[in-house]
Design a protein. Structure first.
Length: 286
């Protein structure tokens, strides 16, 4: 599988770069450097040397692969459905498993250690993903977000990873909504209410900092984009959803946030917090 092979090559190069920086910082000797290099070669022995020598080209081709696979994500699902209709009996689930595995890979790579991979996957999922797999993709994301906990300091390692995941999901959903002009594609955005509300619940747990406020900004932008296309999206209960949104995002305004801002003084300056809250006030009102 060339996609997996290229992925391993990218991971290898990322690790080598990190290890090289560490060796320089700690001034390790030649013997230690040689031992690290040998260990890397063993772990990635199956990767052709040609891929290891061209990290930039490999990353570019990997980006092409991820977009191509996103566009074809529904092919396996379609084949399985056709097989069941023709035979009328139980069929091999391998096709569905391949699609589900790819969806899981997309979700995991949204918060990959490589910023390039994060960006490529975000854009591929937002712009190239087959609309036929939107329901599966959204359900998977909803499951992941429902498990997240937002309490604690924004700077903690676990929580910063959770915030990054939510930020990435927000950007993916906004790309999907804003780039789709086909009503039939937008009609596949089922259960999007619960997904948006689960992100709001996560954000509500976060301590007030400039970072958490930026996440609220992004979520407000997503909500605005969603409402602009509301005529084409199959809400389960649009009136109830809108009421829940209003109740939730009004808590983000300065009237509610000003009393909490002192909590963040040790992390962010009060001036910065105040400015972001003012900007958020305007966005919420819009």
């Amino acid at each position: 599988d060339r996609f997996k092979l290229f992925t391993q090559a990218i991971i290898r190069n990322i690790e080598l770069e990190a290890e090289e920086r560490e060796r320089v910082q700690k001034s390790k000797g030649r013997k230690a450097a040689a031992q690290v290099e040998e260990a890397v070669d063993v772990r990635f022995a199956d990767i052709p040397k040609a891929l290891l020598d061209r990290p930039a080209d490999v990353l570019t081709q990997w980006n092409h692969y991820i977009n191509f696979l996103c566009a074809l994500a529904a092919v396996s699902k379609g084949r399985k459905t056709a097989a069941r209709m023709e035979k009328g009996t139980t069929v091999d689930n391998s096709n569905t498993e391949v699609t589900d595995e790819f969806m899981q890979t997309l979700v995991e790579y949204l918060v990959h250690d490589s910023v390039n991979i994060q960006t490529f996957v975000k854009n591929a999922a937002g712009l190239s993903l087959s609309p036929a797999v939107y329901p599966s993709f959204f359900n998977l994301i909803s499951e992941q977000i429902s498990k997240l906990k937002g309490s604690g300091q924004m700077g903690s390692e676990d929580n910063s990873g959770n915030v990054l995941f939510v930020d990435q999901v927000i950007l993916v959903l906004r790309l999907i909504i804003e780039s789709n002009s086909d009503a039939s594609h937008l009609a596949l955005l089922s259960n999007i209410e619960e997904l948006v509300l689960s992100m709001i619940r996560f954000v509500r747990q976060l301590i007030l900092t400039s970072s958490s406020l930026q996440t609220k900004h992004k979520l407000s932008g997503l909500i605005e984009a969603l409402m602009q296309k509301s005529a084409y999206i199959p809400f389960n209960n649009e009136h109830k959803f809108r009421s829940q949104l209003v109740d939730s995002i009004m808590e983000w305004t300065s009237e509610f946030s000003s009393k909490e801002s002192a909590v963040a003084d040790a992390v962010d300056t009060k001036v910065n917090i105040k400015k972001i809250i003012q900007d958020l006030d305007l966005q919420v009102m819009q």
